[in-house]
Design a protein around this ligand. Structure first.
Ligand code: URA
Length: 195
Protein backbone atom coordinates (compact mmCIF):
# COMPACT_ATOMS: atom_id res chain seq x y z
CA UNK A 1 0.00 0.00 0.00
CA UNK A 2 1.07 3.58 -0.66
CA UNK A 3 1.47 4.65 2.94
CA UNK A 4 3.40 1.60 4.12
CA UNK A 5 7.16 2.01 4.10
CA UNK A 6 7.41 -1.76 4.42
CA UNK A 7 4.58 -4.26 4.85
CA UNK A 8 4.57 -3.63 8.60
CA UNK A 9 5.04 0.05 9.34
CA UNK A 10 2.62 2.80 8.43
CA UNK A 11 4.77 5.84 7.67
CA UNK A 12 2.04 8.39 7.04
CA UNK A 13 -1.73 8.42 6.69
CA UNK A 14 -4.40 11.12 6.66
CA UNK A 15 -7.48 9.04 5.87
CA UNK A 16 -9.36 9.66 9.14
CA UNK A 17 -9.74 13.39 9.87
CA UNK A 18 -10.71 12.90 13.57
CA UNK A 19 -7.76 10.62 14.20
CA UNK A 20 -5.29 12.92 12.47
CA UNK A 21 -6.43 15.52 15.05
CA UNK A 22 -6.37 13.25 18.09
CA UNK A 23 -3.15 11.32 17.51
CA UNK A 24 0.39 12.38 18.36
CA UNK A 25 1.78 9.69 16.09
CA UNK A 26 0.86 6.57 14.12
CA UNK A 27 1.33 3.45 16.26
CA UNK A 28 2.46 0.55 14.08
CA UNK A 29 2.76 -3.06 15.22
CA UNK A 30 5.83 -4.31 17.08
CA UNK A 31 7.55 -7.67 17.34
CA UNK A 32 9.18 -10.17 15.02
CA UNK A 33 8.11 -9.97 11.39
CA UNK A 34 7.85 -13.78 11.37
CA UNK A 35 6.13 -14.27 14.71
CA UNK A 36 3.93 -17.34 15.15
CA UNK A 37 1.47 -15.31 17.20
CA UNK A 38 -0.05 -12.02 16.07
CA UNK A 39 -2.06 -10.24 18.78
CA UNK A 40 -4.55 -7.68 17.50
CA UNK A 41 -6.07 -5.03 19.76
CA UNK A 42 -8.53 -2.26 19.05
CA UNK A 43 -6.66 1.05 18.86
CA UNK A 44 -3.89 2.86 20.74
CA UNK A 45 -4.75 4.56 24.03
CA UNK A 46 -2.98 7.49 25.66
CA UNK A 47 0.14 5.53 26.68
CA UNK A 48 0.49 3.91 23.29
CA UNK A 49 0.03 7.26 21.56
CA UNK A 50 2.73 8.77 23.75
CA UNK A 51 5.23 5.92 23.40
CA UNK A 52 4.45 4.83 19.85
CA UNK A 53 4.00 1.16 20.72
CA UNK A 54 0.85 -0.99 21.13
CA UNK A 55 -0.14 -2.26 24.59
CA UNK A 56 2.32 -0.42 26.80
CA UNK A 57 -0.13 0.83 29.46
CA UNK A 58 -1.93 -1.23 32.12
CA UNK A 59 -3.44 -3.49 29.47
CA UNK A 60 0.06 -4.08 28.18
CA UNK A 61 1.24 -5.09 31.65
CA UNK A 62 -1.60 -7.62 31.84
CA UNK A 63 -0.72 -8.95 28.40
CA UNK A 64 2.98 -9.19 29.27
CA UNK A 65 2.18 -11.03 32.53
CA UNK A 66 -0.20 -13.38 30.74
CA UNK A 67 2.40 -14.17 28.10
CA UNK A 68 5.03 -14.84 30.75
CA UNK A 69 2.63 -17.19 32.56
CA UNK A 70 2.42 -19.36 29.44
CA UNK A 71 6.17 -19.30 28.82
CA UNK A 72 6.34 -16.53 26.26
CA UNK A 73 7.97 -13.11 26.28
CA UNK A 74 6.56 -9.99 24.65
CA UNK A 75 9.55 -10.05 22.29
CA UNK A 76 8.42 -13.46 20.98
CA UNK A 77 5.12 -12.26 19.58
CA UNK A 78 3.85 -9.55 17.27
CA UNK A 79 1.37 -7.04 18.65
CA UNK A 80 -0.71 -4.63 16.58
CA UNK A 81 -4.09 -2.89 16.49
CA UNK A 82 -7.04 -2.69 14.09
CA UNK A 83 -6.67 1.10 14.05
CA UNK A 84 -3.26 2.69 14.32
CA UNK A 85 -4.15 6.14 15.63
CA UNK A 86 -5.59 7.04 19.02
CA UNK A 87 -9.31 7.90 18.78
CA UNK A 88 -10.40 11.08 20.57
CA UNK A 89 -11.29 10.55 24.27
CA UNK A 90 -10.49 6.86 23.80
CA UNK A 91 -13.79 6.27 22.04
CA UNK A 92 -14.23 3.11 20.00
CA UNK A 93 -13.03 3.44 16.41
CA UNK A 94 -15.89 4.01 13.97
CA UNK A 95 -16.67 1.48 11.27
CA UNK A 96 -15.28 3.94 8.74
CA UNK A 97 -12.01 4.25 10.66
CA UNK A 98 -11.79 0.46 10.93
CA UNK A 99 -12.35 0.19 7.19
CA UNK A 100 -9.79 2.93 6.42
CA UNK A 101 -7.13 1.06 8.42
CA UNK A 102 -8.05 -2.43 7.27
CA UNK A 103 -5.58 -2.52 4.40
CA UNK A 104 -2.69 -1.93 6.79
CA UNK A 105 -3.86 -4.76 9.04
CA UNK A 106 -4.34 -7.13 6.12
CA UNK A 107 -0.87 -6.28 4.78
CA UNK A 108 0.63 -6.95 8.22
CA UNK A 109 -1.21 -10.26 8.54
CA UNK A 110 -0.02 -11.32 5.08
CA UNK A 111 3.59 -10.30 5.82
CA UNK A 112 3.75 -12.00 9.24
CA UNK A 113 1.70 -15.02 8.15
CA UNK A 114 1.20 -16.12 11.78
CA UNK A 115 0.20 -19.56 13.01
CA UNK A 116 -2.67 -17.86 14.75
CA UNK A 117 -4.10 -14.35 15.08
CA UNK A 118 -5.24 -13.64 18.65
CA UNK A 119 -7.96 -10.99 18.85
CA UNK A 120 -7.92 -9.03 22.09
CA UNK A 121 -11.49 -7.97 22.84
CA UNK A 122 -14.76 -7.55 21.02
CA UNK A 123 -13.81 -4.93 18.43
CA UNK A 124 -10.92 -6.82 16.81
CA UNK A 125 -12.78 -10.13 17.12
CA UNK A 126 -15.83 -8.81 15.32
CA UNK A 127 -13.70 -6.93 12.81
CA UNK A 128 -11.72 -9.99 11.73
CA UNK A 129 -14.46 -12.59 12.03
CA UNK A 130 -16.94 -10.23 10.37
CA UNK A 131 -19.77 -11.21 12.69
CA UNK A 132 -21.06 -10.29 16.12
CA UNK A 133 -19.23 -11.98 18.95
CA UNK A 134 -20.06 -12.94 22.54
CA UNK A 135 -16.42 -12.50 23.42
CA UNK A 136 -16.40 -13.94 26.96
CA UNK A 137 -18.36 -17.04 25.96
CA UNK A 138 -16.37 -17.56 22.76
CA UNK A 139 -12.91 -16.85 24.19
CA UNK A 140 -10.55 -19.73 23.42
CA UNK A 141 -12.36 -20.75 20.25
CA UNK A 142 -10.53 -20.83 16.92
CA UNK A 143 -12.10 -19.98 13.58
CA UNK A 144 -10.64 -19.75 10.10
CA UNK A 145 -10.90 -16.60 8.02
CA UNK A 146 -9.77 -15.91 4.46
CA UNK A 147 -7.96 -12.71 3.51
CA UNK A 148 -7.15 -12.25 -0.17
CA UNK A 149 -7.48 -15.98 -0.74
CA UNK A 150 -5.24 -17.05 2.15
CA UNK A 151 -6.67 -18.77 5.23
CA UNK A 152 -5.68 -17.72 8.75
CA UNK A 153 -6.71 -19.01 12.16
CA UNK A 154 -8.28 -16.53 14.57
CA UNK A 155 -8.28 -17.30 18.30
CA UNK A 156 -10.83 -15.26 20.23
CA UNK A 157 -9.58 -13.72 23.49
CA UNK A 158 -10.98 -11.16 25.92
CA UNK A 159 -9.25 -7.78 26.13
CA UNK A 160 -6.55 -7.72 28.83
CA UNK A 161 -8.25 -4.69 30.42
CA UNK A 162 -11.36 -6.83 31.06
CA UNK A 163 -9.38 -8.76 33.67
CA UNK A 164 -8.75 -5.52 35.58
CA UNK A 165 -12.39 -4.67 36.16
CA UNK A 166 -13.77 -8.23 36.27
CA UNK A 167 -11.62 -10.77 38.09
CA UNK A 168 -13.70 -13.63 36.72
CA UNK A 169 -12.22 -12.88 33.29
CA UNK A 170 -8.71 -13.75 34.45
CA UNK A 171 -9.11 -17.47 33.90
CA UNK A 172 -10.77 -16.87 30.55
CA UNK A 173 -7.85 -14.68 29.48
CA UNK A 174 -5.25 -17.13 30.82
CA UNK A 175 -6.86 -20.13 29.10
CA UNK A 176 -6.97 -18.34 25.75
CA UNK A 177 -3.30 -17.39 26.08
CA UNK A 178 -2.46 -20.99 26.97
CA UNK A 179 -4.16 -22.07 23.77
CA UNK A 180 -2.26 -19.39 21.82
CA UNK A 181 1.04 -20.64 23.24
CA UNK A 182 0.26 -24.10 21.92
CA UNK A 183 0.31 -22.63 18.41
CA UNK A 184 3.72 -21.04 18.92
CA UNK A 185 6.54 -22.93 17.32
CA UNK A 186 9.13 -23.89 19.94
CA UNK A 187 11.85 -24.22 17.33
CA UNK A 188 11.81 -20.74 15.91
CA UNK A 189 11.33 -18.65 19.04
CA UNK A 190 12.83 -18.12 22.43
CA UNK A 191 10.62 -19.66 25.10
CA UNK A 192 10.86 -19.10 28.83
CA UNK A 193 8.95 -22.27 29.60
CA UNK A 194 11.46 -24.61 31.13
CA UNK A 195 13.45 -22.50 33.53
N1 URA B 1 -5.91 -1.39 24.05
C1 URA B 1 -5.85 -1.75 22.76
O1 URA B 1 -6.80 -2.29 22.21
N2 URA B 1 -4.73 -1.49 22.09
C2 URA B 1 -3.65 -0.94 22.66
O2 URA B 1 -2.64 -0.76 21.98
C3 URA B 1 -3.75 -0.59 24.01
C4 URA B 1 -4.87 -0.83 24.69
Amino acid sequence: MDDLDDDLTVASCTRCPDLVESRSRIVSGVGPAEADLLFVGEAPGANEDEQGEPFVGRSGDVLDDGLRDVGLARADVRITNCVRCRPPDNRDPTSEELANCRGYLDAEIAAVDPEVIVTLGKVPGEHLLDRSLAVTQEAGTVEEIAIDGTNYRVLVCVHPAATLYDRSQRDTFASALQKAAEFADDGGQSRLGDY
